[in-house]
Write a protein that binds this ligand. Structure first.
Ligand SMILES: NC(=O)c1ccc[n+]([C@@H]2O[C@H](COP(=O)([O-])OP(=O)(O)OC[C@H]3O[C@@H](n4cnc5c(N)ncnc54)[C@H](OP(=O)(O)O)[C@@H]3O)[C@@H](O)[C@H]2O)c1
Length: 290
């Protein structure tokens, strides 16, 4: 199925994987609608795509903003509807669960889970009009919950469940729902994650901080080192998103990177205790990475 000017909306296009996807999709001929929160990010993207991309202002946690974006896209697509909705926007909260402030956990779920649901609800009429499809960007951490990444993994497991339910609900309407599970890819997500993690740890009472400081900081270092060493690039993710958008019969899930593929296979095959040994406190799991 050739893109041929079909309209695709991607959330979280201001940086990282979303930016790479938006630019790739515009290069290969989609009418790319790039969801951003700041006008200046939209203009930067429009310039980088040599004008072949339209920014759409969008905060996925704000239902009014999602409704306004849907109205704007209705106008832009002139009744043709949407060929694709790529739900990519997200944040990663890392912290020992004992230390994670409730408002940070709410924000994690608000952006990654409720935000995705607002988008699906807001844009399904346009997807029906365009005989379109949904592509949800989840993570290898939607297969296995690593220690200290509990808030993020909880949001990814929730996205996996929403995607499975949605796929089954929308099958009679012939709207495919696909999950993309990237492994570690070096993007701005990682530096934001470290900042948040350090702040969360410091918000805990001193004796609790002492309990976790060593293992948590060791984990964060190993985690970041493995992301820096990962050979998976944002471009790899963009090419898989493209495949999911053009395949005649898209798969239910695509993994990107050896770590994501490995975690998926291990989570399906191994008992919990064996997974605990691989993915527990020690950074041995990073060997799965490319
Ligand atoms: N990088 C990885 O290793 C990796 C691995 C697996 C899965 N993922 C998933 O891939 C997706 C993209 O991550 P990334 O690595 O590209 O991170 P990133 O560079 O930090 O990009 C995150 C994007 O989400 C946007 N965003 C955050 N809150 C938003 C909100 N309320 N409304 C709309 N947009 C919002 C950000 O916009 P602002 O610039 O306005 O904040 C930014 O464009 C995430 O869902 C992440 O979970 C990433």
């Amino acid at each position: 199925m050739a893109p041929a000017g079909r309209a695709v909306l991607i959330t979280g296009a201001s940086s990282g994987l979303g930016e790479a996807c938006a630019l790739h999709l515009s290069r290969v001929g989609f009418h790319t609608l790039a969801g951003v929160r700041r006008p200046e990010d939209g203009e930067r993207l429009r310039t980088a795509a040599a004008g072949r991309l339209t920014p759409v202002l969008l905060d996925v946690t704000d239902e009014k903003s999602v409704r306004a974006a849907a109205d704007g896209v209705t106008g832009l697509t002139g009744g043709a509807g949407l060929w694709g909705l790529v739900n990519n926007a997200g944040i990663a909260v890392t912290a020992p669960l004992e230390c994670v402030p409730p408002e940070l956990m709410r924000r994690q779920l608000d952006i990654n889970v409720l935000g995705q649901l607002h988008m699906v609800q807001g844009f399904l009429p346009l997807l029906r009009a365009g005989a379109g499809r949904i592509v949800n960007v989840s993570s290898g951490l939607g297969n296995v919950a690593l220690p200290y990444l509990g808030p993020y993994a909880a949001s990814q497991f929730a996205k996996e469940a929403l995607s499975d339910a949605l796929r089954r609900e929308l099958a009679p309407q012939r709207i495919p729902v696909t999950v993309i599970q990237p492994g570690a890819v070096l993007t701005p997500l990682w530096s934001k994650m470290s900042e948040v993690g350090n702040r969360a740890l410091e918000s805990a009472p001193q004796p609790v901080q002492e309990l976790y400081r060593g293992p948590f900081l060791g984990f964060m270092q190993a985690n970041e080192a493995s992301a820096r060493a990962s050979r998976t690039t944002p471009g790899d993710v963009a090419r898989v998103v493209f495949r999911a958008l053009v395949a005649e019969r898209p798969r239910t899930r695509y993994t990107v990177g050896r770590d994501a593929a490995g975690s998926r296979v291990l989570a399906r095959l191994l008992p919990d205790r064996a997974l605990d040994r691989i993915f527990g406190g020690s950074p041995a799991w990073t060997r799965l990475r490319d």
